[in-house]
Design a protein around this ligand. Structure first.
Ligand SMILES: C[S@@+](CC[C@H](N)C(=O)[O-])C[C@H]1O[C@@H](n2cnc3c(N)ncnc32)[C@H](O)[C@@H]1O
Length: 205
């Protein structure tokens, strides 16, 4: 996800895979992030007011929200991702969610889509951080794993023929385990839905 191979995958490098600590590999699903896909509609429909798309990647959600006339900003640490989002008409900046973020305390909606609850490897730290970016009454919309898989953090790295990236920590949280993460983060699950085999929750203070 993070690093040079991610940037190269976004620019079309083939055969980039995600590897876990046991050596299991799966393709990096770049195609999922380049165009709207089933399950995105319900997420987009629930965005209200100024929306911050955290880990916006190449910006399919940012661009779609801008097209709906919503004030939106995508932030991502990968310059290639931000460049693709901007080229597609999405307002996006190269920012770390744990660093200085524009509009802190004024966002009505914060998106953590595509498993971005995993950013940084500690979902409680991340939810606390993005809750601090919300305006009063705002919501965090989070894509989670299907129920039953619990919450876990694992080291991952990207690899491709002839290249291997650095390990980074990534968390996965299931639709049932998110309640514990929410409670530990001083927020509550206020809505949960499933669409096209994808699972989502809304969190509010
Ligand atoms: C699973 S991809 C999400 C793709 C994206 N939601 C989309 O629509 O294309 C995770 C994204 O999170 C970004 N990311 C990782 N750590 C980050 C951080 N600390 N702050 C902001 N973005 C981060 C990665 O660069 C990557 O683009």
């Amino acid at each position: 996800m993070i690093g040079q191979l991610y940037e190269e995958a976004l620019r079309g490098r083939p055969a980039v895979e995600i590897e876990d600590a046991d050596g299991r590999r799966r393709p990096l699903p770049v195609g999922d992030w380049l165009a709207l896909r089933p399950g995105d509609t319900g997420l987009l429909d629930r965005c209200a007011g100024a929306t911050l798309d955290v880990g916006s990647g190449p910006g399919r959600l940012t661009v779609a929200l801008a097209g709906r006339g919503l004030p939106v900003l995508g932030i991502d640490i990968a310059p290639s991702a931000v460049a693709l989002a901007q080229a597609a008409g999405g307002p996006a900046l190269c920012r770390d969610v744990f660093g200085r973020v524009p509009g802190a305390g004024r966002w009505r909606t914060v998106l953590l889509a595509d498993g971005n609850i995993g950013i940084g490897g500690d979902p409680v730290v991340l939810v606390r951080r993005v809750a601090g970016l919300l305006a009063p009454g705002g919501r965090i919309l989070v894509e989670v794993e299907p129920p039953g898989s619990g919450s876990r953090t694992e080291p991952l790295r990207l690899r491709a023929p002839g290249s291997v990236g650095e390990w980074f920590a990534w968390a996965r949280v299931s639709a049932d385990a998110i309640r514990g993460v929410a409670a530990d983060s001083a927020v509550a699950v206020t809505e949960a839905w499933e669409e096209a085999g994808r699972w989502f929750v809304a969190l509010s203070s």
